[in-house]
Design a protein. Structure first.
Length: 93
């Protein structure tokens, strides 16, 4: 009976030691798995954004109507003979 109890105590001690050795590694793996999933999602979002920007670049290079719209809206360029009008918002009181 005493030998069985001693054996059980040693098995329990070895089991606790194994758990203590593997818990930090397991938490590290779980953390890296989460980080990997987040990075994969970011890669997907950036790939979509990259495709959209590439499409816009193609439109800027080849579509004269789009080029004019960009020039007018973002750069404030006007055609010869046009009078630019700048709208100034009222200050909040």
């Amino acid at each position: 009976m005493l030998a069985t109890l001693k054996k059980a105590f040693w098995l329990f001690g070895i089991w606790i030691l194994v758990i203590l050795l593997f818990i930090p590694g397991f938490t590290k793996v779980a953390s890296l798995r989460d980080k990997n999933r987040d990075l994969e999602n970011k890669i997907k979002r950036l790939a979509i954004e990259n495709a959209l920007l590439f499409e816009e670049l193609k439109k800027i290079e080849k579509d004269p109507v789009y080029q004019e719209r960009i020039a007018r809206e973002q750069m404030g360029i006007v055609r010869k003979g046009e009078i630019p009008i700048k709208i100034v918002p009222d200050k909040k009181r």
